[in-house]
Write a protein that binds this ligand. Sequence first.
Ligand SMILES: Cc1cc2nc3c(=O)[nH]c(=O)nc-3n(C[C@H](O)[C@H](O)[C@H](O)COP(=O)(O)O)c2cc1C
Length: 468
Amino acid sequence: MDIWECIYTRRSERRFKGESGRAIPGKDIEEILDSARYAFQIENIPQWRFLFIRDQNTKQVLADFAQEVAHMIFGQSYEIFSGHLWYLPEERRPTIAEYTQTGELWKYPLEADFVVIPCITKGAWFDSRVPYMEQATAVGGMAIQNMWLTAHKLGWGAGCNAMPLNDIRRRELFSTFSGVPMSWQMCAAYCFGDRTSARSVGPSRASLEGVAFNEHWGNRFIRIGFRDDSSEIAIPTKDVTEVIKGVRNCYKFDANAEVEDWKLEKMIHCGIWSPNPENLNHWRHIVIRDEKIKEFVAQCTKEAFLLEYKASFEQTKAHHPHLSDDELLQYVEWMLDEGWKYPLECNVMILTTFAKDWVEYPHIAGTLPGGIDYIWSTATGCAIQNMRLAAHALGLETQVNLYPIAEFRRNEQFVTHLGIPSSWVPLTLLCVGEAGDAPDFVFKKRPVPSIKDLVFDEHWGIRHTPLK
Ligand SMILES: Cc1cc2nc3c(=O)[nH]c(=O)nc-3n(C[C@H](O)[C@H](O)[C@H](O)COP(=O)(O)O)c2cc1C
């Protein structure tokens, strides 16, 4: 399936046929799971494991939890609930409230063929710089988005159910049940199955100008159609799986190559069409070309590379299993001399931020069920992945940079300079450009971890048996 068709026609499916429907064949399940491992991982070490569930008893537990929580959240107040349907006309909202406020709608894990629960490391298994949980959960979201798109390409429905695991008490119960250790954060239940009928039309999204700023918070990014004639633009395309497998981290950009505005716009637009909790469009992006900001990011990167590559050769070796010792020595030298400059050489950076919670939700067990537990950063990862996929399809290269964000002092300077309000969390900085010339070892393909090491069947620790 063509990448654009896949991104724009993917929907959240919440009604599956259950036993009366088709079982998803093993080869499709393997293809869906497999697509996850091509997404970005911090330091090339997977931040996630997936719990793969087919057992009806476990699905029942998830469905019951989901219904209880959804009823608790949405059943409280029609006024609050109807506000979440901002994109629908007033008169259509009560009908939807009828089946939503009871929580009945959220029982769909029961009818799904399989459920995937992403578990994100809280840093206990990380051997170097402990990433912020927001970043690690976003990385999980990137992997999920690959699976969602692959399921859609294969004709299967997929939908996220955030309800069953978004409060501490139910998470604790489920952790005892499934053996997921405390050092891993469970983020929602992703359901896959034979949908009752395909949803073709998605809920409306905010406009590009509503979610993207130019250089500074609040300064609207104006799309090219409002500035210029864009009628002649021919958008290239590619197969979605080819794109998923083709995205790589670029450490060398061509400093002279400009990213045309329409390509940038297409990337952001694909981000807007990602799944997002309750369609609240909870992300904002700042498009940055300012040389001074790029210099700041490059300096943060240089500092991080010094710490990273000068710390331990053994550790660096473990992170780069695709390089021989000789290559690795050259690689480290190149990274310290040249590699840190990529934020300066890329043409544009997209800083993605997200709103952590919508405070109208009632508190449950000390958390805000709608968001505070990283489910929203996971969703933002889905948007970032869509942007990366779009960039690749358009012949561009990207690199996920976390250095000015995942360190308290730098983060504070960065946020203040860009005028980001404290209710918005900066998540990743996507460097975008065209590939430049670099020695072969820089672009050498890294090994992709095996699904057997990343997916557990039914219970934590039980390695996935590939299905036929
Ligand atoms: C992290 C995350 C959590 C979500 N939680 C739920 C949920 O609990 N129940 C639900 O029906 N939809 C949920 N959704 C789906 C969104 O409501 C949906 O993505 C949004 O309305 C846009 O619709 P679309 O995905 O069909 O384009 C979730 C999506 C994400 C990414």
